[in-house]
Write a protein that binds this ligand. Structure first.
Ligand SMILES: Cc1cc2nc3c(=O)[nH]c(=O)nc-3n(C[C@H](O)[C@H](O)[C@H](O)COP(=O)(O)OP(=O)(O)OC[C@H]3O[C@@H](n4cnc5c(N)ncnc54)[C@H](O)[C@@H]3O)c2cc1C
Length: 263
């Protein structure tokens, strides 16, 4: 469990940002689901829960999701459920349990840039922009590869509500961390194919996207096996993940074709 010397319930983003810069151990606390697993020694814990950052605002083909929106709200919000085939709701529903998902936040999930992230896999299959208080807006893939600098993620903007999309994951037990995740989306002839928990960060596979565009599903399956890097950890070996990647892609494509058929 982390410890904090002092606590600041910020009354503005400016106050929160300034507090974060004052001491290198000062840390933003959101749902604390991950932080409480750490032994961090924090000087000031900066809380942004009173800044109204938990809203989910649909606007046509776009969703604006506040950093403090809970993962459970992604499951239950009608606008999110109806957005791009409900892919965001589907991606988070197997993360631990409802009590956990009521605390864990979208901002925490995105900020952590975790390789095992279900949500990042789904967000990469859509057009996602990350909005930071200090650094401004940037595409999610750029954010994921940028050096980490202290900032506040205020919200994300997700475009692509009209895309058809599907999400699947493989887990050893229902609520465990995923062994592998896959998301596909389609608008017109434009496919997105994303594999996550490889166990590295979620990544798109361009050759698989092109193959699906020409209707060659087998080539797409081969491409996700050949082109992406996989690794081994206590949940699965590198070779097993490579094999499963093709299976998950096939399942995701079938699910998309069936418009939400059971996984
Ligand atoms: C036991 C366990 C199982 C898990 N299983 C899964 C799983 O199966 N799939 C999956 O995808 N995820 C899984 N997770 C990850 C989980 O989804 C994240 O830990 C959680 O969403 C983080 O959100 P939080 O609000 O609790 O963040 P916190 O724990 O409060 O913060 C995490 C980090 O993010 C920073 N941070 C938080 N919000 C912001 C912000 N708005 N701006 C800037 N920095 C911020 C904090 O300073 C901290 O460094 C698991 C976590 C645990 C502990």
């Amino acid at each position: 469990m982390f410890t904090a010397k002092t606590y600041l319930l910020a009354s503005s983003l400016e106050e929160a940002y300034d507090a974060l810069q004052k001491n290198k151990t000062n840390t933003l606390v959101a749902g604390c689901c991950w932080l409480k697993m750490t032994r961090k020694r924090i000087w000031t814990a900066v809380d942004i829960s009173r800044l109204g950052l938990d809203s989910i605002v649909p606007d046509g083909d776009t969703l604006q999701i506040g950093a403090m929106a809970s993962l459970h709200s992604l499951e239950t919000d009608p606008a999110v459920k109806g957005f791009a085939g409900g892919i965001l709701s589907e991606a988070v529903r197997r993360i631990v349990g409802v009590q956990f998902r009521n605390c864990a936040t979208v901002g925490g999930c995105v900020w952590m840039r975790a390789g095992f992230s279900d949500l990042l896999t789904a967000l990469l299959a859509l057009d996602t922009t990350v909005c930071l208080y200090h650094a401004g807006q940037m595409p999610l893939d750029e954010f994921l590869t940028s050096p980490v600098k202290k900032d506040i993620l205020t919200h994300i903007i997700v475009r692509g509500g009209q895309r058809r999309a599907a999400y699947v994951s493989m887990r050893l037990t229902e609520t465990d961390f995923p062994v592998l995740t896959a998301a596909v989306s389609l608008l017109g002839e434009d496919w997105r194919v994303v594999l996550g928990a490889r166990p590295g960060l979620a990544a798109r596979c361009e050759r698989a996207e092109n193959a699906l565009g020409t209707g060659d599903r087998d080539a797409a399956i081969q491409a996700v096996r050949d082109d992406l890097r996989y690794g081994g950890n206590l949940r699965a070996s590198e070779a097993y993940r490579r094999q499963v990647a093709g299976v998950l892609l096939a399942r995701a494509v079938e699910k998309l074709a069936g418009e939400g058929a059971a996984e």
